[in-house]
Ligand binder design. Structure first.
Ligand SMILES: [Zn+2]
Length: 453
């Protein structure tokens, strides 16, 4: 779904992403030296042209391509297609790799691009601070939302262009690697170790991840979902304590939103302190400060898990719709608070409403503008919009709407208008207009609506 990408760009990310093609799959073979922060990679990108492509533009920041091949993707066998690909001209700017195939690729044609590349990966500057690949004291995190995937692989860095991933990382043997999806293998060979992961479910570039550290891993059952806690052994006690309720969180969300959408869930806790936790596909990343053993971040452990349904499986068609990720994840915090015997969702809603009432009423939650897309009011007012809708629909219809939303849009990309349609349909002919009006006031007026009855 690239309907909101007129002109090839998301207005929130000018110059990033391209609507001329859609990627099916990224095959990434990476070799990384931790001590010198040196990354060498081969990316096999299988895609389809959505219009005629005399050139193919990828987002790639700071890293240098040494060889590029382009071939037909007609056989559908990536290895065979890559083997018959031909050398292609390419050029580079600080944040792009532009590839010129021998002849233009026709609209509707499948193609494969093989890129050998290398360099010293580092985060890139953005409106929201540095994003992407980041060295830790002793390892790596990738924190790519919204525009940092280009710091570690050539890509079409827009959330609506979801693809499957196969990621292989070779690195120094003492380090543990976590990437997206199922870990297929992990083998040592002379001082180094190769880690191999497959992510079969469509994944946005910003949710693709590699985490590297001196970690240990503990298996946990999360309401029938395979879970892993990955952390430095020195903080094991705090991690095991603070993440002990993940199982109940998973049970609550599976009951309310439907089956967990991925193969497993991994919570990575770094040795470094991090400002905020963040979600990745099938995973979330926390800092040591988020697992001190005092439950201080319980709320955000629940928030990141909820993103697996809202944001990761049901993704945004463009960044202006980010309240569909954050408002839903924030409302999930309140539902979890009630479930564990803390403040009810109603008490949380009232408290945050009072908080919003004390702040300037100058944000449009459904279209906040790039600079304010991570403004806390998008989260809290987005959650209040859902609470208000729940009041109108009643619990049965409201939670049926959320389950249908997750099922109907599984692995897809959605917009606010899609949710308005779904909500008014759920409200039925008698109340559809009221549901739409209510959401429009919460999402598209700057003025804070009265507290929902
Ligand atoms: Zn969030």
């Amino acid at each position: 779904m690239t309907g909101s990408l007129r002109g090839g760009v998301d207005p929130y990310l000018p110059g990033i992403g391209d609507d001329g093609y859609a990627v099916d799959r990224y095959g990434l073979e990476l070799d990384y030296r931790v001590s010198v922060n040196r990354l060498q990679g081969t990316a096999v990108i299988e895609a389809m042209a959505l219009r005629e492509l005399p050139r193919i533009r990828f987002d790639l920041s700071g890293l240098r391509a040494s060889k590029v091949l382009v071939g037909s993707g007609a056989s559908g066998d990536a290895r065979a297609d890559a083997a018959s690909a031909q050398r292609a001209r390419h050029s580079r700017t600080p944040h792009h790799l532009t590839v010129t195939p021998a002849s233009p690729i026709a609209a509707g044609e499948r193609f494969v691009v093989v890129v050998d590349y290398a360099g010293t990966p580092r985060s890139r500057r953005s409106t929201w601070g540095p994003v992407g690949w980041e060295e830790l004291d002793d390892g790596v995190i990738v924190a790519a939302q919204p525009s940092g995937a280009s710091t570690w692989f050539p890509c079409n860095d827009h959330p609506s262009d979801k693809a499957r991933y196969e990621i292989t990382v070779v690195t120094d043997a003492p380090y543990t690697v976590v990437a997206n999806g199922r870990q297929v293998s992990n083998r040592a060979h002379g001082g180094r170790r190769t880690w191999h992961f497959v992510q079969d479910q469509p994944t946005s570039t910003y949710l693709a991840t590699v985490q590297i550290g001196r970690y240990t891993s503990t298996k946990v059952d999360l309401d029938g979902v395979a879970g892993h806690l990955v952390y430095p052994p020195s903080i094991a006690r705090g991690v095991k304590h603070d993440f002990r309720e993940l199982d109940r969180m998973m049970a609550l969300y599976q009951r309310l939103y439907g089956p967990y959408p991925f193969d497993g869930y991994t919570a990575i806790v770094t040795a470094d302190e991090l400002e905020i936790p963040l979600e990745a596909q099938g995973a979330a990343i926390f800092g040591a400060n988020h697992a001190a053993g005092d439950d201080a971040w319980n709320r955000l452990i629940a928030h990141e898990l909820a993103h697996q349904w809202f944001g990761n499986s049901v993704g945004v068609a463009a960044w202006e719709h980010i309240w569909l990720n954050e408002g839903f994840a924030c409302y999930s915090e309140w539902l979890w608070s009630e479930e564990r015997g803390g403040d009810s969702a109603e008490v949380c809603a009232r408290r945050h409403y009072d908080g919003l009432a004390a702040q300037p009423e100058d944000i449009v939650v459904g279209s906040p503008g790039a600079a304010d897309m991570f403004d806390d009011r998008v989260y809290k007012r987005g959650a209040l919009a859902l609470h208000a809708l729940r009041g109108l629909l009643g619990d049965d219809a409201f939670f049926a709407l959320l389950r249908d939303w997750c099922a109907d849009n599984r692995y897809g990309s959605v917009s606010t208008v899609d949710f308005l349609h779904a909500a008014s349909a759920a409200a039925g002919s008698a109340h559809g207009g009221a549901a739409r009006q209510l959401l429009e006031r919460w999402l598209f007026a700057t003025e804070l609506p009265p507290y929902p009855a």
